[in-house]
Design a protein around this ligand. Structure first.
Ligand code: NDP
Length: 277
């Protein structure tokens, strides 16, 4: 699996799985645990979660799935903006670690910008890092002005900006992606399949998929993986689909195909705000 290097020297894999909507129903607990275990068996190491998902339920599912296997994994979680105060960040992280049943997170993200002074939140993230509770910190849904608000010394230390990014939603390409590249901050594309919207019914995706003996979902993921320094975290509760999504890392799109996709799903031509799911 291809990895990207972070400023800290740690590596992040370019493919992982999401967990939004997991941990919401007790009846689905065992199935969700076994899906995550199957994903790990396939060699997937990055698992994305958040204290928000299932109000902690997704982290509990992941915690159960990773027992005895934590060492080789890359765990990502996020805290709510209402928990961005110094002590709140620390406590939110400790709660996430308890639910995940592990000692540290590989990457801890500020879920979306809130009202607490950035320096206070980043002080707390440094404390967590110094105490070995997190290896790297990063942000999510941060637009240009939010990124500029981050203490100067921390901007180039971000492990990622996790943003809404797929062929239909390329708002990040207006200015945020350039800022992230300038500071060597990877983009982590969430909802990379646009939550299985009409994107996957696109005749062009179907056509390109046919040429690669692939599925439209795989082409949508392969396109993102062709963007510089971009990580994808598709979510599925079906083992076959996770296998299918993972295989997208092998697809090499041709220059003409990338051009066709650009024409059908253009990058923004003027100022646009980052959108959010
Ligand atoms: P995705 O774009 O990953 O789409 C998920 C949907 O696509 C599910 O309905 C899934 O159904 C379906 N699906 C998965 N694989 C395939 C396939 N091969 N063919 C057809 N359908 C497929 O959406 P998410 O919003 O879940 O984004 C991924 C992850 O990103 C989240 O789970 C979460 O971890 C993170 N995220 C972060 C946000 C943030 O604010 N930071 C916001 C939103 C998401 P099924 O499960 O039935 O297979």
């Amino acid at each position: 699996m291809k990895q990207l290097s972070l400023a800290s020297g740690h590596q992040i894999p370019v493919f992982g799985i999401g967990s939004w909507r997991m941990g919401e129903q007790q009846a689905k607990f065992n199935q969700e645990v076994s899906v995550i275990r199957a994903a790990i068996d396939m060699g997937i190491t990055l698992i994305d979660s958040a204290e928000m998902y299932g109000e902690g339920g997704a982290e509990i599912v992941i915690g159960e799935a990773i027992q005895g296997r934590r060492d080789n994994l890359y765990l990502v979680s996020k805290f709510f903006p209402q928990n961005a105060g110094h002590d709140d960040v620390i406590q939110a992280c400790e709660r996430s670690l308890r639910r995940l049943n592990c000692d540290y997170l590989d990457l801890y993200l500020y879920h979306w910008p809130g009202n607490v002074p950035m320096s206070e939140t980043f002080d707390a993230l440094h404390s967590l890092q110094d105490n070995g509770k997190i290896r790297d910190f990063g942000v999510s849904n941060f637009d240009l002005e939010d990124l500029r608000d981050i203490p100067a010394g921390d901007q180039s230390k971000l492990g990622c900006n996790q943003i809404f990014y797929n062929l239909k939603h390329r708002e990040v390409e207006w200015v945020v992606a350039d800022w992230c590249r300038q500071y060597s901050v990877p983009l982590m594309a969430y909802s990379p399949l646009d939550q299985a919207s009409s994107l996957l019914q696109s005749p062009l995706l179907a056509n390109i998929a046919l040429r690669h003996e692939a599925s439209p979902a795989q082409i949508a993921l392969a396109w993102l993986l062709h963007q510089p320094d971009t990580v994808v975290i598709p979510k599925s509760v079906k083992v076959e689909r996770i296998k299918e999504n993972l295989a997208a890392i092998e697809i090499q799109l041709k220059r003409e195909e990338l051009k066709e996709l650009d024409q059908a799903f253009p990058s923004p031509h003027g100022p646009v705000r980052l959108s959010m799911r």
